[in-house]
Write a protein that binds this ligand. Structure first.
Ligand code: AMP
Length: 277
């Protein structure tokens, strides 16, 4: 039986098993449900799977984007119920930010230099918002493990870094990106694409696959990927980085190993994706 709760006071632990948490902003799709399945696999039938649903204002640059973010609690709850989630924790903004003053004025987590590049460069303050809300949700739900998607690769690395460097007693587990049949990474934002933009968006995963399949140096892989996206989508970045995102791969590296990361904007909708190389 899935319990829907809005107040953190009702989050006390069931006796016995481990607890896994899957933090989300709702508008759930199969990518989120993969995290739920991985969480269940980890904690077993004696454990508890908690999904949190909260559209966090402090990680959005523009108020309009925050206001237009899809909110579909009823169907999200049904999906959680069907997937065997134990608890859906859907707090209100007042519950998460109870003190006087704007949420942006709260004590926050400083992401360090890794929060300034890629998504952090294009969306100033984004990762401060993300890390702060994740820290709050981890403190409220007190899980043994927490699941995050590789889809938001930089976010996954930053959260792992926060937990390690700030000594949070929780294990962070990444889960592979779930894709549509044509390769587009599933995202709650895909619903903002019209049908032309939706077909255009497939060039992102195509570019990353072509880079993976191109034999040669980083420069050759990036050139092949750029050829696919150029003129089809407004690219913000396309880079090859080490797996921990600490450095860009040398363009001359003949046997590159790391992560290829992409961000672009299509008709006002920001889309991101990444793949290993
Ligand atoms: P969001 O609701 O977009 O904040 O995402 C909540 C969690 O689901 C994050 O850990 C995301 O990385 C993850 N996620 C989002 N889309 C996907 C996807 N297509 N495949 C796997 N995980 C995803």
């Amino acid at each position: 039986m899935t319990k829907l709760i809005h107040l953190s006071g009702e989050l006390e632990r069931k006796n016995g098993g481990n607890r896994a948490v899957v933090p989300t902003m709702g508008a759930l799709h199969q990518g989120h449900l993969d995290l739920v399945d991985a969480a269940r696999e980890r904690v077993g039938s004696n454990g508890e799977v908690v999904v949190t649903i909260f559209v966090n204002p402090t990680q959005f640059g523009q108020t309009a984007e925050f206001e237009h973010y899809p909110r579909t609690l009823e169907s999200d709850f049904e999906k959680c119920y069907t997937s065997g989630v134990d608890i859906v924790f859907a707090p209100s903004a007042a519950q998460m930010y109870p003190d006087a003053g704007a949420p942006s004025e709260y004590v926050s987590v400083h992401p360090g230099p890794l929060g300034e590049i890629l998504e952090g460069a294009d969306r100033p303050g984004h990762f401060t918002g993300v890390l702060t809300i994740v820290a709050k949700l981890l403190n409220l739900t007190k899980p043994d493990c927490a699941f995050f998607g590789e889809k938001d690769y930089q976010q996954l690395i930053l959260i792992s870094q926060m937990v390690r460097q700030l000594n949070f007693p929780v294990q962070i587990i990444g889960t592979p990106t779930r894709r549509e049949p044509d390769g587009l990474a599933m995202s709650s934002r895909n619903m903002f694409l019209d049908s032309d933009q939706r077909s255009q968006a497939t060039v992102i995963s195509q570019a990353l696959v072509i880079a993976q399949e191109t034999d040669g140096s980083v420069a050759e892989k990036l050139r092949a990927a750029r050829f696919v996206v150029d003129g089809k989508i407004e690219t913000s970045y396309l880079v090859a980085m080490s797996n921990d995102l600490s450095q860009e791969l040398a363009v001359t590296d003949p046997n590159p190993e790391g992560r290829l990361l992409y961000a672009g904007v299509l008709g006002g909708t920001r889309l991101i994706d990444n793949m290993p190389i």
